[in-house]
Design a protein around this ligand. Structure first.
Ligand code: AMP
Length: 288
């Protein structure tokens, strides 16, 4: 029982472990993941460890956030490697439930987010953020952490979760950690493992497009249309890549930016073959 991390599959076992940690005077950090862990996930774990938390990592590929046409079946699953990464990072507890533990027989309640969930990715993945909010609400209920750690990589998700926690008066702090990239700039994602070698340069065009947008904004370009056109041109060099969206939005409201000033989030989603990738950057422009 002293081998770390402990791996549990039931709500009851999680509660027992967390109660013991609390009895030892520990605060509790939760890092919700869908597994296939990479350095982006590890950065969230490190943030929790740095805060001194008893760190719980959930590993669960949540079916309700995938549409029937999406990649639930092919989503990478690498539990053994994930456990090793958690061990190296000092995780105390892994919660790896089955579907029946998260969605018990008769389950029917869902957490329905507001209009924030209709924008950006939400416009292309109807129901996705309802699935996300539902599973995150369940995980927060199960673990009852002091802090839950999310990545800026999924910027819209982080905004929606913060809104949910505020709206439902959940007693947890949501910490959003920086986006971690590969050396070439590609945002780390579990889905990168599904890219074929020839898709790598195609996938990188999203990062390059965001960089082009950032550069143009920094020159004082006043037309949002021209910034988006410049970004689209970068991706158009790869005809195999389909753009879901490239947008300039307020990082908190996710509303489209009309005139560039203050904090602007450049966000995009593309499809390379059947792999969907997202990325974003925040640019600080002079306040007008
Ligand atoms: P996922 O396993 O993809 O559901 O991601 C679990 C958590 O890790 C989410 O809060 C993500 O935003 C975060 N995450 C995923 N990729 C990255 C990354 N490249 N940098 C920082 N955080 C990330």
């Amino acid at each position: 029982m002293c081998e770390s991390p402990l791996i549990v599959k039931t709500v009851r076992d999680v509660r027992e472990c967390v109660a013991k940690a609390r009895a030892d005077g520990r605060s509790v950090g939760l890092v919700p993941t869908m597994g296939a862990l990479h350095a982006g996930h590890v950065s969230l774990i490190e943030a929790s460890k740095q805060d001194g938390c008893y760190t719980v990592v959930s590993i669960y590929v949540n079916p309700t956030q995938f549409a029937p046409t999406e990649d639930l079946a092919t989503y990478p699953r690498t539990l053994e490697e994930d456990v090793q990464k958690c061990r190296a990072a000092g995780v105390e507890l892994i919660f790896a439930p089955d579907n029946s533990e998260m969605y018990p027989p008769g389950d029917q309640t869902r957490v329905c987010p507001g209009p924030l969930a209709d924008k950006l990715c939400g416009a292309f993945r109807p129901g996705h953020f309802e699935g996300v909010c539902t599973v995150v609400a369940k995980l927060l209920q199960i673990v009852q952490p002091d802090t839950a750690y999310f990545g800026q990589k999924d910027a819209q998700q982080a905004v929606i979760i913060r809104r949910m926690v505020e709206d439902l008066r959940m007693p947890v702090w949501i910490e959003v950690c920086s986006l971690v990239r590969d050396a070439d700039g590609l945002a780390l994602s579990s889905r990168n493992a599904r890219l074929r070698p020839e898709d790598r340069a195609r996938a990188l065009s999203l990062y390059q497009a965001l960089c082009a947008g950032r550069k143009l904004l920094a020159t004082g370009e006043p037309s949002m249309g021209r910034v988006i056109a410049a970004m689209r041109a970068v991706i158009a060099a790869h005809p195999e890549v389909r753009v879901d969206y490239l947008s300039l939005v307020d990082p908190e409201t996710l509303e489209d930016v009309q005139k560039p000033h203050g904090r602007v989030m450049i966000a995009g989603a593309i499809r390379v073959g059947d792999v969907r990738l997202i990325d974003n950057m925040i640019v600080d422009l002079p306040v007008k």
